[in-house]
Design a protein around this ligand. Structure first.
Ligand code: SAH
Length: 256
């Protein structure tokens, strides 16, 4: 059995209990060295075989995983955040499927969740947005035409943009072309949950300039939407006059 593990956003305490245990038990670890905090591996056994996948091809990764598995070792593949987002995990699973090797995926705390925690905001606010769009700009990996930033921005939902900080100026332009007003609040979180974490707040009009001034060029998320502002309606969930399965409304006649 090979375990794909979401290492979380950076803070070594933000890995799941299960992920941590599997790393402690591992004989072979292949980790995404460009983004995974090496401290996440601190609990590994002495003598564990560690590979940094940043310098490896897909076939090299698969061959290390398979070799360990065939030797009866406990093998873990560690990805940053949650592996289901921009993790390039699918192609690895497809190869393992073809080879008939079993695997399991252990989810992790994605960086977009750590970023919301960093700015102390809720993505889904009543009367503001009930939808979160996770996307990226086209880089070396293409993005389907129908998912252009302008198309997605037309919804004026909450948006979190990965892998695009290097194109921040263009990004802010497309977001405005798509439908957000220039004064829509926007923020960048660099290295969410790491010691080096930095937050840049602004609007679509001035964010790019501020990000450049701060010297942020990688490992950052762009967040856009009125959820970053101060206007919202209280949720119905805790409203006194709103009863539900677990609580009787204050002006309801209790049933039974
Ligand atoms: N699977 C990861 C994303 C991998 S893609 C996850 O769930 O978070 C890599 C991109 O994710 C980076 O370019 C950056 O946009 C974002 N990212 C990853 N870790 C981050 C962090 N700690 N803070 C801010 N952005 C981060």
């Amino acid at each position: 059995m090979i375990y794909f593990i979401g290492a979380g956003p950076g803070d070594p305490e933000l890995i799941t209990v299960k992920g941590k245990r599997l790393i402690e038990e591992a004989d072979v670890i292949v980790y995404a060295g460009s983004l995974v905090n090496p401290q996440v591996l601190a609990g590994a056994k002495p003598g564990v075989e560690i590979h940094n996948s940043a310098a490896m091809t897909l076939d090299e990764v698969i061959s290390v995983l398979c070799r360990g598995e065939k030797e009866g070792k406990r093998v873990v593949r560690v990805h940053t955040g949650d592996p289901s987002l921009y993790g390039a995990i699918r192609e690895q699973m497809a190869k393992l499927d073809r080879l008939g090797i079993a695997y399991e995926v252990i989810p992790g705390v994605s960086s977009f969740l750590a970023a919301a925690a960093a700015v102390k905001r809720e993505y889904t606010l009543p009367g503001i947005s009930q939808t979160v769009i996770l996307t990226r700009m086209e880089g070396r990996t293409p993005v389907p035409e129908r998912e252009r930033i302008q198309e997605l921005a037309a919804h004026r939902a909450t948006m979190v943009i990965f892998l695009s900080i290097g194109q921040i100026e263009q990004l802010c332009g497309y977001l405005q072309q798509g439908g957000y007003d220039a004064d829509t609040p926007a923020a960048v979180v660099y290295k969410a949950s790491w010691k080096e974490q930095a937050i840049v707040r602004g609007t679509l009009a001035d964010l790019a300039e501020k990000v450049k001034a701060a010297g942020i060029r990688k490992t950052a998320l762009v967040m856009v939407g009125e959820f970053l502002g101060d206007v919202f309606e209280a949720s119905r969930l805790y409203a006194p006059e709103f009863g539900h399965e677990y609580r009787t409304a204050k002006n309801d006649v209790p049933q039974d």
